[in-house]
Design a binder for this molecule. Structure first.
Ligand code: SAH
Length: 242
C-alpha cells in the first residue's frame, strides 16, 4: 500500500516537473508577459507616449531575450543594461521615445545604425515594412542576427560594418535612427534620408549628448532638440570616435 502511494506521488512529481520545465521554454507561456505589460504602463504610457503602434510593439517584443542571461531578471527595469563588448541596450523609455518621434507607418523602410542587441530593430520591425540595421562590432551583430532569425523576424536585414556610411544600395530611407553618438551628423546618412523623412540621432560629446530630431524639408534638415541623453560613441573601424 505505502509502496503504491509512494510510486503514485513520484509519478505526479515527475509530471509536475515536466510540465513546468516545458512551460519555461514555450513562447505562449512567456513568464515575463505581465512584467512587460507593467513596464509599458509605468515607464512608457505614464510618461506620455500615446502612439498605439509603439505601445503594442513594446508589449510584443520579449526584451529579456535581448540581454545577457545574467541580466534577464533586470530586463524590464527602467534603465539601460550592458550587452557585452562595452556596449549597452538603451532604457525601454528611450527606445519607445525615439521610435515614437519617427512617426512610423506600416509601409516604411527604416535604417538603424548600431544594432547592438537587436532589440530596437525588433521594435521597429513590429511597426514598419523593412528594417536595415548596421553594427560595427562583429560578435554583437552576429548574436543579434541569430536571435532575430530565431524569433522569426523576416523583415530585418542586418549588416556588419561602419554605419557612418549608411547603406547606399538600399537608400533612400523613410526614417533613420542612430543609437550611437557621433559629434556631428554623418553626411552619408543625411543624403540617404528621403525628402520628408525623419532622423533621430544623439549628437555631442563622448559622455553626454543631445537627442535631436531632424526632418528633411526641401533638401534641408530642420532641427528639433528633444532631450539630453547618454549613448555610447559612434566609432570608426580603428575604434576612434566620429
Ligand atoms: N540599438 C541597440 C543599442 C545600441 S548600443 C539595441 O537595441 O540594443 C550602440 C551600438 O552602436 C553598439 O553596439 C556599438 O558597437 C554600435 N556602433 C558604434 N559605432 C558604430 C558604427 N560606426 N557603425 C555601426 N554601429 C556602431
Amino acid at each position: 500500500m505505502i509502496h503504491k502511494i509512494l510510486k503514485t506521488t513520484f509519478l505526479i512529481l515527475v509530471l509536475i516537473i515536466n510540465i513546468s520545465s516545458k512551460g519555461e521554454y514555450s513562447k505562449q507561456n512567456d513568464k515575463y508577459q505581465k512584467v512587460r505589460q507593467r513596464m509599458v504602463r509605468e515607464q512608457i504610457v505614464a510618461r506620455g507616449i500615446t502612439n498605439q503602434k509603439v505601445i503594442q510593439a513594446m508589449i510584443n517584443v520579449p526584451r529579456h531575450l535581448f540581454v545577457p542571461e545574467a541580466y534577464e531578471r533586470m530586463a524590464y527595469e527602467d534603465r539601460p543594461l550592458p550587452i557585452g563588448e562595452g556596449q549597452t541596450i538603451s532604457q525601454p523609455y528611450i527606445v519607445a521615445l525615439m521610435t515614437d518621434l519617427l512617426e512610423l507607418e506600416s509601409n516604411m523602410k527604416v535604417l538603424e545604425i548600431g544594432t547592438g542587441s537587436g532589440y530596437q530593430a525588433a521594435v521597429l520591425a513590429e511597426i514598419v515594412k523593412e528594417v536595415y540595421t548596421i553594427e560595427i562590432v562583429g560578435v554583437l551583430g552576429q548574436i543579434a542576427t541569430d536571435l532575430l532569425f530565431d524569433l522569426g523576424y523576416k523583415n530585418i536585414y542586418t549588416k556588419i560594418g561602419d554605419g557612418y556610411k549608411g547603406w547606399p544600395e538600399k537608400s533612400p530611407f523613410d526614417a533613420i535612427i542612430v543609437t550611437c553618438a557621433p559629434t556631428d551628423i554623418p553626411k552619408p546618412l543625411e543624403k540617404q534620408l528621403k525628402e520628408g523623412g525623419k532622423m533621430i540621432i544623439p549628437l555631442g560629446g563622448s559622455i553626454v549628448q543631445e537627442l535631436i530630431l531632424f526632418e528633411k524639408k526641401d533638401g534641408q534638415l530642420i532641427k528639433k532638440s528633444v532631450a539630453p541623453v547618454r549613448f555610447v560613441p559612434m566609432v570608426r573601424q580603428d575604434g576612434k570616435r566620429y
